[in-house]
Ligand binder design. Structure first.
Ligand code: ZN
Length: 304
């Protein structure tokens, strides 16, 4: 399928100066000259996204493979979990610092809560927690393992009619998966109390590594699930336009299983992974995880 150059309107800012950046096989990635954000086009439908959000999403051996249709989710969520927990503890400490001090039990909603690790930690720290997740496997996992409320919902819109207000809304690596990221930020604004916090993490495609690696960069290769490729600058602009004040933003690392490290950073065809993995297994390093922080991923805290 061929697309006429400069004939697509940016789904984020409605700018008209869009051009193809990469041909990715299943779909293309376009670049908007107005907001400088790239986007997948044609965007996957909701049903196509649901096909991707399956049980394998959390333990996907095809993540580092050459077939782009298999590039989604986590190589091994359960092995990476411990380091993600360290990151979540740091984030919760920061959230507590920014919230007004009063005796009320704070209400926190995690939009796209995955397997519920963050919500579980927040609950242990006395937050009243709830979450949305559209992966059925994850929703059932949470129901079996935890005692907090999680619903299979794809938009914050469904919370608005309940008239409930929240102190914190979090979206970890979620905003890039949404068909209407600006609409969901506006929904968060409506749902938060005055001085409440919206916490968003995503990848900064202005970073040197995606610039150097281009279409081989793993987050670009995830066009089955990534609809937008944000820059920190434009995300902050959206937050400010939507009425939030950006308080702070910091980079965080990505957790790699050591045997997958080269594959994840460089792509399988560059790293000769089979040989690498075999050597790692032989010397017993295969399942060790390490955090790598190249400033690619960031967390932003914004106040309503
Ligand atoms: Zn745009």
């Amino acid at each position: 399928m061929k697309y006429p150059i400069n004939n697509i309107i940016c789904p984020l800012c409605e700018g008209t100066s869009c051009s193809i950046k990469f041909h990715m096989g299943v779909r293309d990635i376009w670049y908007c000259g107005n907001c400088k954000v790239s986007f997948a086009w044609p965007q996957p439908t909701w049903n196509e996204l649901l096909d991707t959000y399956n049980k394998e999403y959390f333990q996907n051996a095809a993540l580092t493979g050459s077939d782009i249709k298999g590039v989604y989710g986590y190589a091994d969520y359960f092995t990476e979990k411990q380091l993600n927990i360290k990151r979540f503890v740091k984030i919760l400490t920061k959230i507590e610092k920014f919230l007004p001090e009063n005796s009320n039990r704070k209400k926190l909603h995690d939009f796209g809560c995955g397997l519920g690790s963050f919500l579980n930690l927040a609950k242990e720290r006395s937050f009243s927690v709830s979450g949305f997740e559209c992966n059925d496997y994850a929703v059932n996992y949470i129901k079996e393992n935890y005692q907090f409320r999680v619903e299979n919902e794809k938009s914050l819109t469904s919370l608005i009619s309940s008239n409930e207000k929240y102190d914190v809304i979090t979206m970890f690596d979620v905003i890039e998966h949404l068909h209407d990221p600006i609409g969901e930020i506006e929904n968060a604004f409506k749902l938060l109390r005055k001085n409440g916090l919206l916490v968003i993490s995503t990848t900064d495609f202005d970073n040197f590594l995606p610039r150097i690696m281009g279409r081989k960069f793993e987050d670009y290769r995830r066009v089955q699930e990534h609809l937008f490729f944000f820059t920190k600058k434009y995300l902050h602009k959206i937050l400010e336009i939507s009425g939030f004040s950006v308080l702070t933003s910091h980079s965080h690392g990505t957790t790699f299983i050591i045997s997958n490290l080269l594959d994840r950073i460089a792509g399988k065809e560059l790293s000769k992974s089979t040989e690498t993995s075999s050597v790692m297994k032989l010397i017993g390093l295969s399942n060790i995880t390490i955090p790598v922080n190249l400033g690619i991923k960031f967390v932003t805290y914004a106040r309503r």
